[in-house]
Design a protein around this ligand. Structure first.
Ligand SMILES: NC(=O)c1ccc[n+]([C@@H]2O[C@H](COP(=O)([O-])OP(=O)(O)OC[C@H]3O[C@@H](n4cnc5c(N)ncnc54)[C@H](O)[C@@H]3O)[C@@H](O)[C@H]2O)c1
Length: 190
């Protein structure tokens, strides 16, 4: 595969996915989808993406994509991942993986059955501190780890006050499902 043809769904955090992919010589964002039409065109123009869709499902049907990035409110992670896998795509999905463990298992099973990669954007694994710590752990510098403690204090900066973030039906929960998943993932991975 010379070039990976990518579609990005949801252009809030997803705009950073677009920028990241576009900076890689072997990746190309060929289509973007967001139901907010103004944002869709503004960002597609900014990053030089020709194909734009207000429906992610239509994008999956119309475009021949190798991979899809999903950066929508949490409620849509599972259904869009299943749709993208069914359309033959590898998937990078934002955290939290899903609204529940059973949804997450369904996504994992679908990826395994389709023989496609499913990656969750646990971006803190890729900080320098995390990578150095992981090397140390893997090299046995800390010995056998039998206990971990992890904390995240965020005292201000609620994202999108009044939007989907504060509605359980769309977000799935509060700080644990939003920030806690990053800390748990990092602790368990280390
Ligand atoms: N990895 C990280 O550290 C990190 C950081 C921030 C956000 N996130 C995750 O990214 C996801 C999005 O969060 P955000 O802050 O960008 O939200 P946001 O509200 O800023 O952006 C979401 C975008 O998705 C669009 N959208 C909603 N439903 C859609 C659908 N069905 N199809 C197409 N587009 C749709 C909206 O119009 C909006 O533009 C969340 O799951 C969040 O947890 C991860």
């Amino acid at each position: 595969m010379d070039e990976v043809r990518i579609g990005v769904i949801g252009l809030g955090m997803g705009r950073n996915h677009v920028a990241g992919f576009q900076s890689h010589p072997r990746a190309r964002v060929v289509a973007v989808a967001d139901m907010n039409e103004r944002l869709l065109h503004e960002l597609a123009d900014r990053y030089g993406v020709e194909k734009r869709y207000t429906s992610a499902e239509e994008m999956l049907e119309m475009e021949r994509l190798d991979a899809v990035s999903i950066a929508t409110p949490n409620k849509f992670h599972a259904p869009l991942t299943l749709a993208a896998l069914a359309a033959g795509c590898h998937v990078l999905c934002e955290k939290p993986m899903a609204m529940s463990a059973s949804e997450a298992r369904q996504m994992l099973n679908a990826a395994q059955q389709a023989g496609k990669r499913l990656m969750i954007n646990f971006s803190y694994r890729f900080t320098e501190q995390s990578m150095v710590l992981k090397q140390q752990v893997d090299a046995g510098v800390l010995g056998e780890i039998y206990f971990g403690r992890t904390v995240w204090h965020r005292r201000r900066g609620l994202p999108g006050f009044g939007g989907w973030f504060g509605q359980k039906a769309l977000s799935g929960g509060g700080p644990l499902i939003d920030l806690g998943v990053h800390r748990l993932d990092l602790a368990l991975w280390l």
